[in-house]
Design a protein around this ligand. Structure first.
Ligand code: ADP
Ligand code: MG
Length: 697
């Protein structure tokens, strides 16, 4: 009795047990597993296969077709024949038969096979069939004795993403050992009604079948459950953050009468989309609870003026407003344009960055604390300790994708539940924005100001590189400036990519010795970067070679060509962002994409860039072709990874999971009911990074 109890306790605790506890996992393997991010038994069980090999198909020898990959059950009919072809190459051949015919199994350089087989024994072989002139061969087959339990053949076998020193076979057997330890005893964490309503498989069954499916059907059942569950948790976490936010007491702004007059006096007419978004923001600002809104808009759609108007409303209500941007250059540009915009308004604006002098900083900080300064534009310097506000009413972050959520939260915490406005130029299809930004309300500026010239985009390869250089030379001689973007900073041996450093040198010394070629990359110190960027803004640099650090919002209207090396290496949305750096002035602009890949997908992607200038369409295509993993950077947002769910292919399940999350929180908004206890525990552990933002914590 006691012994039994003991065992139950061990088993239920064993999910969190260290991986070294598992049979077959010694010190060396622990290290390799750790490298994959696997520490516990649970980690390995949720390390899902990236693919599967279907080894279930079993055929008689007579039925075999050239080229197919199948299992055959056969008797060893000969001794192993070894033929040394040349030094370092030996061929091993074994004749096999079943009751329908004979076949030769062939291996290369597998010395250990010499003494493995005995004549007359039955094995199952799995491999590729080759039939030439009626002679049948099975090439490099995997095999096991017929009487063994069928570990590697006659099964659907998982394929994992592994590092080179960990083989599939070893990993599979570790997973198998883990499963043997815990299956049957893992507590189901999805509420019963959800599993029933959405027809979801049970957890023990699902874990077993996601790794070692007994059939295609059982695999699909397991997969469906995990996809649903990933979406459900993601959505539950986001919804509950939003709930928490909506329970806060915010600052209710009154309508600002002068706003319309101010808008009417602008040097341009706002687009309909801008007007709509401003109305949405106004609506939020006049509510009791704080605004928490994301404004998405393509590059150049005019997000800055929208932010400025929101800040104007705040200041006119007697509250300070802060704008945080990712780089000093951007801060400077915004500061200049805001100063001009509000020059007749008696609004005190300041800029706070890391490079201002100590003395100046102290004066500014005093002004901000005393309330003498109304609008503060700055970099990360804004969220440092020592920056205190008099009464912060609105926080805006520009180019949100460059910040972590934490940074936004730190800035907001410098006020008493200030309104929050988040701006991003990374467009995301609406359904997906609901996931990534599920804790925010969303506005979209889906229209560009009139009269924008399209950036002419060309996909080229090395054969016309000299012509491109000629074109660049011509533009520079006319006074224009050029961006050249490369994917890597330093040359890496295994990837033949043009590195910024080396490429800049070539351009400087060989191709354009008479022009001023600048270099900008992520490994430079911030002040070095700023100074290079500044001389480009001033026009002192003709050609700026850089990594993607220039992706974010700088405005150099005189730049007319964006050249991107190894364009196939970039995400489409990123290419689109980069392209948005040109075409900002009166001159016709060009984007030149060097594609060195011959793959069809690469060509297809480049074609999209050539044909489309709509950031949303590009984002959707990107997602379709590349998959959502990289696209989202969920980790950067402090959200759990989607390991198995595909935001594109599994859209239907996403909708169901959204519905379930909604219903669940409607019944039990703080997840206090007994039935939801395990679910809540798991949710909090998945969102460990942002757990403090959730309603029930
Ligand atoms: P982004 O959305 O990329 O941040 P910006 O706010 O920097 O775009 O705007 C790009 C340019 O368009 C700026 O020079 C801005 O003054 C101008 N602009 C913004 N709105 C309009 C408009 N409605 N009509 C004409 N020009 C506009
Ligand atoms: Mg901008």
């Amino acid at each position: 009795m006691t012994e039994q109890c003991l065992e139950v306790i061990t088993i239920s605790e064993s999910l969190t047990k260290d991986i070294s506890f598992v049979k077959g996992v010694g010190e060396a393997r622990v290290k390799l597993l750790n490298k994959l991010g696997i520490q516990t038994i649970e980690d390995i069980l949720y390390y899902f296969p990236r693919n599967y090999e279907d080894r279930t198909k079993m055929k008689k020898i007579i039925e075999l077709i050239d080229g197919e990959i199948v299992c055959i059950k056969a008797i060893v009919f000969s001794r192993m024949a070894v033929k040394k072809i040349r030094k370092g190459l030996s061929i091993y051949k074994l004749v096999l038969r079943d009751d329908t015919g004979t076949i030769t199994a062939t291996w290369y350089n597998q010395k250990y096979l010499s003494h493995t087989f005995s004549i007359g024994e039955t094995y199952v072989f799995y491999g590729k069939i080759s039939i030439k002139y009626g002679k049948k061969e099975i090439l490099n087959p995997i095999f096991e004795k017929n009487n063994s339990s069928g570990k590697y053949t006659q099964k659907i076998v998982p394929v994992y993403s592994l590092t080179s020193s960990l083989t599939q076979k070893v990993f599979q057997s570790i997973v198998g050992n883990c499963l043997a330890l815990v299956t049957g005893s893992i507590k189901e964490y999805l509420p019963h009604w959800i599993r029933k309503k959405y027809n979801l498989a049970e957890i023990n069954y699902s874990l077993k079948n996601i790794h070692f499916p007994t059939s295609y059907k059982s695999f699909m059942e397991a997969r469906r459950r995990f996809v649903f569950e990933e979406f459900l948790f993601l959505q539950l976490g986001l919804f509950s953050m939003r709930n928490k936010y909506q329970q806060l007491q915010g600052i209710k702004f009154r309508p600002v009468k002068e706003l319309q007059t101010f808008i009417d006096r602008l040097s341009f007419k706002l687009t309909e989309a801008q007007n709509r978004v401003i109305r949405e923001i106004q609506g939020d600002l006049q509510k009791e609870k704080p605004m928490n809104r994301l404004v998405q808009g393509d590059v150049g759609s005019g997000k800055t003026i929208v932010a400025a108007l929101a800040m104007y409303i705040s200041v006119k209500n007697g509250y300070q407003a802060a704008l945080m941007v990712p780089t000093e250059i951007l801060a400077e540009q915004h500061f200049k344009s805001f100063s001009k915009l509000f020059q007749n308004e008696n609004i005190h604006i300041c800029m706070l960055t890391g490079s201002i002098s100590k003395k100046q900083r102290k004066i500014l900080l005093d002004g901000i604390k005393q309330g003498n300064i109304d609008m503060i534009i700055g970099t990360h310097a804004l969220i440092q300790e020592g920056v205190e506000f008099f009464n912060l009413g609105l926080v805006v972050t520009d180019e949100q994708h460059r910040f972590g959520v934490k940074q936004r939260a730190i800035l907001a915490a410098k006020g008493k539940n200030p309104h929050i406005l988040v701006m991003t130029a990374t467009p995301i299809p609406r359904t997906l924005a609901l996931i990534l930004y599920g804790d925010l309300d969303i506005s979209i500026i889906d229209q560009l100001p009139p009269g924008r010239k399209k950036v002419n985009t060309y996909v080229v390869d090395d054969t016309i590189r000299n012509r491109i250089y000629e074109f660049i030379r011509k533009q520079v001689l006319e006074g224009r400036q050029i961006y050249v973007v490369c994917p890597l900073v330093e040359e890496s041996e295994d990837m033949e990519m043009t590195s910024a450093v080396k490429f800049a040198n070539t351009l400087k010394e060989v191709v354009f010795p008479n022009f001023n070629v600048g270099l900008l990359h992520g490994k430079m110190k911030p002040d070095e970067k700023e100074s290079v960027m500044r001389s480009f803004v001033k026009g002192n640099i003709n050609i700026l070679v850089s990594t993607t650090v220039i992706e974010v919002g700088v405005n150099v209207p005189n730049a007319t060509i964006m050249v991107i090396e190894n364009a196939e290496r970039f995400g489409l949305s990123q290419l689109h962002q980069l392209r948005g750096r040109v075409g900002r002035g009166e001159y016709q602009s060009y984007c030149i994409l060097f594609n060195t890949s011959s793959s069809t997908v690469a060509h297809e992607r480049m074609k999209i860039m050539q044909e489309t200038s709509d950031g949303f369409k590009i984002a959707e295509k990107d997602l379709e072709l590349r998959g959502p993993g990289e696209f989202f950077g969920t980790r950067q947002h402090g959200l759990p990874d989607l390991k198995i769910a595909n935001l594109f292919a599994d859209l239907d399940l996403l909708k169901l999971a959204q519905e379930a999350a909604y219903d669940l929180l409607a019944q039990d908004s703080n997840l206090v009911e007994k039935e939801n206890e395990v679910l809540k525990e798991r949710l909090l552990s998945l969102f460990w990074n942002r757990a403090d933002e959730m309603a029930f914590n």
